[in-house]
Write a protein that binds this ligand. Structure first.
Ligand SMILES: Cc1cc2nc3c(=O)[nH]c(=O)nc-3n(C[C@H](O)[C@H](O)[C@H](O)COP(=O)(O)OP(=O)(O)OC[C@H]3O[C@@H](n4cnc5c(N)ncnc54)[C@H](O)[C@@H]3O)c2cc1C
Length: 317
């Protein structure tokens, strides 16, 4: 069952009727089921746009009302505050699911999940997308953070993206203009630019069996390293540029297993924080702060967060 369906089943509220918007819009919608950590409060308004027209209609409404705007894909890299999100949240996991292949170019909707992308490439016998199989996000969230693993990242595949802006423009940006770096892109400083489509270069074809085999190997390597616990957000911190890996630094600071309520630094991989069941976002946030302070005190290294705090990281932008 997709996160969207889970949440739809949970929500008691019926969609609101917003003139000109075809996709459903909900008031006070619980967001925790739409995230992998399963924490966080409701969105004041949650909209699931059907298409680009809907996106612009929603941007217009937010502009008129003066509401802050937030975006959510699969919620696999966000910590949503217990108080929830004010304003309007656009959730791209139902629409923007299409793709079109033309020769060596593949144009994909921003709501497509990365494992689905990897499986389709494997079915075509196209290698290069295997590393995406274990990353449970959408194309949109992945472009913004230049998601990557096993020494690869989207930067090596992406040719262009299409972005909708609150100024009601649809911009086509060549990948070279996105300043893609290690878990970063120019879009990090443009939090209200919504990625709606992305285009990838399809590398040389191989046999589907060989591509699937490579995908399985990478998934096995991942399972051996990472906690099997489903309620995580992946790595909490980026690996610092001129120091040991974040997980090593956290472990060496004696923090493996450290708890705040039901939030716990994983014993398997110290750069993961798991929700053992009933964790609150505030507890996870406090644990993250504790890890940051302890690593700075012990190793003199300032860890940079990979996970996004909502609304915190966007306050004032
Ligand atoms: C078990 C696990 C393993 C993981 N492993 C990896 C890994 O190996 N490598 C890696 O890079 N990441 C990893 N992640 C983190 C995460 O899956 C990726 O960062 C992913 O790209 C986030 O996509 P999302 O759709 O879930 O984004 P969300 O978490 O929904 O959002 C993340 C950020 O992107 C913004 N955003 C979402 N959609 C859009 C859009 N369409 N346009 C503009 N902004 C948008 C949000 O506002 C938010 O700021 C892992 C996570 C988990 C839970």
């Amino acid at each position: 069952m997709s996160g969207w369906r889970e949440a739809a089943a949970l929500a008691e509220s019926s969609p609101l009727a917003w003139p000109g918007v075809r996709g459903p819009v909900f008031a006070d919608y619980p967001l925790a089921p739409l995230t992998t950590w399963k924490v966080g409060g409701p969105a004041r308004y949650l909209a699931v746009p059907s298409d680009l027209e809907d996106v612009f209609q929603l941007f217009r409404r937010a502009g008129v009302e003066g509401w802050p705007l937030f975006f959510l894909g699969r919620g696999s890299n966000v910590l949503i505050a217990d108080a929830g999100l004010p304003g309007l949240t656009l959730h791209l996991a139902r629409a923007f699911q299409g793709w079109e292949r033309r020769e060596d170019r593949w144009r994909v909707g921003a709501g497509v999940s990365l494992p689905r992308l990897a499986r389709q490439a494997a079915a075509w016998g196209v290698s290069g997308f295997e590393f995406l199989a274990g990353i449970p996000g959408t194309v949109g969230g992945a472009v913004r953070l230049n998601a990557g693993a096993h020494g690869r990242s989207l930067a090596g595949l992406l040719t262009r993206v299409w972005v909708a802006t609150p100024g009601l423009h649809l911009l086509e940006l060549p990948a070279g203009e996105l300043e893609l770096g290690y878990r970063s892109s120019r879009l990090l400083s443009l939090p209200h630019w919504l990625v709606v489509e992305a285009e990838f270069r399809l590398p040389a074809e191989a046999s589907p069996a060989a591509v699937r085999q490579r995908m399985r190997e990478l998934l096995t390597a991942r399972r051996a390293r990472q906690p099997s616990h489903p309620r995580t957000c992946g790595s909490v911190f980026k690996n610092p540029p001129a120091a040991a890996a974040a997980g090593y630094l956290i472990e060496a600071a004696g923090l493996k297993g450290r708890r705040r309520g039901d939030a716990q630094v994983s014993r398997r991989h110290a750069n993961f924080i798991i929700n053992r069941g009933q964790a609150q976002a505030g507890e996870i946030q406090a644990l993250i702060r504790e890890v940051e302070e302890e690593v700075r005190r012990r190793h003199g290294v300032r860890l940079e967060r990979e996970v996004v705090f909502l609304p915190g990281d966007y306050a004032g932008k």
